[in-house]
Design a protein around this ligand. Structure first.
Ligand code: NAG
Ligand code: NAG
Ligand code: NAG
Ligand code: NAG
Ligand code: NAG
Ligand code: NAG
Ligand code: NAG
Length: 559
């Protein structure tokens, strides 16, 4: 057996690469696996940490969850809780993706509809929520085996409920908007004219009187350090350091709102430093393009409250926001979709997953679960971009989530369109399950082309512009396409938003053969924190369109 494998490897590297029968990728549509039928809470907010653990939480005012607090943890005693005053159940937990095990965490104040980010040092930062939690910031550091939430009450200047966070080039976090919060602020607080609170008229202007449709605004950090902010149907380039709108961009054609409760989703498409992409000498000038998909027509929320569930929006729009003459390119998804998540895959493709085909976000307001994920290939010809993948059995409606892990899977959880945990006598029962979707590239038929990172230098802790080499092993090396190196920031995901989700394709300077089945890629860490803010990234090698397992790197904050 050993000899056969050895011969196989020798043949594969010395003679022409073996042309094995590769399946037609269009025939492979991915598989689902139920990881846990119940984790005890509904995965409304999820963040992957560099320890390969997911921090998951829902809200403290759902009532008693199906997960008890750890022995010795005092029960929560909150006279202001709207569901239950004394609660000995957990509303947060830590899930280990390697061992498929979990441990309850203890959160004291209400985290409902809050926002988050991972700080450059790997500690999770979370901000706001509802009621007694609306001005709280919280930290979770995974360093010790029994670490738990640390909460700082009344840190925020105003209530942040349905706000968006974005990590900035200096490692600070900007916290933007929220219900009736037409302002932004920073962590750590930046004292400005108004004691740390910055007025933001754009959010007032995009607020629909009845439905809002501008909560959880989409925020993407651009390569020049400015922010692209989109709310309702409008987008701007914003200089948060000077509180100035730099440029107004065209509204999304069709005038369908894309933000809560007409919830669609948005990603910054991968930033390309590799040689197929434009390589301006000034990295600030790197083009950046956003993709926005789904949502619900303007009066859907009112209609749904009255019992009429309008068809969701079926279009996606793409905009090169850095282009002075930016124009939306519109496309049509295979089906309408509201409340879907978009997850950037290591290949640079996007998965559109979860959600419904009618109604809106909000209690009891979604209908017609959309169980079929859709792959979107941004670099393919327009007619070849969308592909429907294998459906799940489980509806993932309001309050569901999806995140990428280092295996390259999508972890899917949550769905609770009810004010309480309701498992019976409702259309879409509260979901406590956790599933994994294995995208087509994880199929065993691609295993001969799958790269395994074997060695990396100078290490996993890196600085801006630093030379980085990566050795990987692969059974069959293909020469038709150069291997790629992608770094991906893990998102804080809630309400169809992947906050801080970001992929950068590094510049591959050289690929060389270094030994049996082993190749070395020479590359560099991005030059500026505007392209990749400091912190932890999953690094993936992608060979012949097949990613291997990701490994964590940390890009250190410039001193
Ligand atoms: C694979 O895909 C091709 C074209 O996309 C199709 O003609 C063929 O029938 C498929 N084969 C299987 C086994 O599904
Ligand atoms: C959660 O607990 C309730 C009450 O004990 C039970 O009826 C329900 O089946 C449990 N749900 C799940 C998904 O385990
Ligand atoms: C409950 O709410 C009241 C009114 O907002 C507040 O004064 C009080 O401090 C709250 N109590 C707790 C324990 O949070
Ligand atoms: C990371 O930084 C935050 C904010 O300064 C701090 O609260 C936290 O303790 C730090 N974590 C570690 C592990 O040092
Ligand atoms: C919903 O119903 C109310 C009460 O009948 C009515 O006033 C309102 O116009 C309706 N809204 C919509 C969007 O149909
Ligand atoms: C949902 O659960 C709450 C609390 O357990 C209960 O009061 C309510 O009647 C349930 N709703 C439905 C539709 O079953
Ligand atoms: C690529 O790597 C090989 C092997 O290390 C080396 O000989 C060659 O000079 C490198 N080429 C470039 C352009 O860096």
């Amino acid at each position: 057996m050993v000899i056969i494998i050895f011969l196989f490897i020798v043949v594969s590297i010395n003679i022409d690469p073996i042309q094995s029968e590769m399946p037609n990728p269009n025939n492979i549509t991915g598989t689902w696996k139920l990881l846990q039928s119940s984790i005890g809470i509904s995965a409304m907010h999820v963040q992957l940490l560099h320890t390969n653990q997911l921090v998951i939480f829902d809200r403290t005012d759902f009532g008693i969850s199906n997960l008890s607090l750890a022995t010795g943890t005092p029960c929560r005693n909150d006279p202001n809780d709207t569901a239950i005053k004394i609660d000995c159940s957990a509303h947060s937990l830590l899930y280990n993706i390697e061992s498929n095990t979990l441990r309850p965490l203890d959160v004291q104040t209400d985290t409902w509809c809050s926002s988050g980010a991972v700080l450059p040092n790997g500690t999770m930062f979370q901000s706001g929520g509802f009621n007694d939690g609306e001005k709280v910031v919280r930290f979770y550091s995974p360093e010790t085996k029994d670490s738990d939430w640390v909460e700082v009450p009344t840190y925020l200047k105003v209530r942040r409920w349905y706000a968006t966070n974005q990590i900035l080039p200096d490692g600070d976090v900007i916290i933007i908007g929220g219900r009736k919060a037409f302002s932004y602020e920073f962590f750590p607080t930046r004292i400005g004219n108004d004691g740390g609170l910055y007025e933001f008229a754009f959010l007032r202007d995009t607020n629909d009187v009845k439905d809002e449709n501008n909560l959880y605004p989409f925020v993407h950090l651009l390569p020049d350090g400015k922010l692209y902010i989109f709310a309702n149907t409008k987008g701007i380039i914003f200089d948060h350091n000077r509180n100035v709108v730099v440029r107004k961009l065209p509204s999304l054609p069709g005038e369908d709102p894309r933000n809560y409760p007409s919830t669609g989703s948005s990603v910054l498409l991968p930033l390309k430093l590799h040689k197929d992409g434009p390589r301006p000498s000034n990295p600030d000038k790197l083009p950046a393009e956003v993709l926005m998909c789904g949502g619900a027509p303007a009066n859907s929320h009112q209609k749904a409250r009255n019992g009429t569930f309008l068809k969701a929006v079926q279009t996606c729009g793409r905009l090169v926001v850095t282009d002075p003459n930016a124009k939306w390119e519109m496309e049509t998804m295979p089906a309408p979709r509201v409340m879907s998540d978009m997850v950037i895959l290591p290949t640079g493709d996007i998965i559109i997953i979860n959600g419904a085909m009618a109604g809106t976000a909000g209690w009891e307001l979604g209908r017609e679960p959309m169980r079929t994920p859709v792959l979107y290939r941004p670099n393919s010809q327009p007619e070849q971009r969308f592909q429907e993948l294998t459906s799940t059995e489980i509806p993932r409606m309001y309050h569901s989530t999806a995140v990428l892990d280092t295996y390259g899977r999508i972890i899917v959880g949550g769905s609770n369109p009810h004010v309480y945990y309701n498992f019976t006598q409702v259309l879409y029962p509260t979901e406590l399950s956790l599933e994994a979707f294995y995208p087509p590239y994880m199929d065993w038929r691609f295993d001969n082309h799958r790269p395994y990172i074997s060695l990396m230098g100078p290490g996993n802790v890196l600085t801006y512009g630093q030379h980085l080499w990566i050795q990987f092993e692969v059974i069959e090396y293909k020469t038709n396409e150069e291997p790629q190196v992608a770094i991906i920031a893990p998102s804080f995901t809630t309400h169809s938003q992947g906050m801080n989700q970001r992929m950068v394709l590094l510049a591959v300077d050289n690929v060389s053969f270094v030994g049996p089945s082993t190749y070395q890629i020479d590359t560099n860490v991005p030059k500026t924190p505007r392209i990749a803010p400091p912190g932890y990234y999953m690094l993936f090698v992608v060979h012949d369109g097949v990613p291997g397992m990701g490994t964590w790197i940390q890009i250190q904050k410039p001193s």
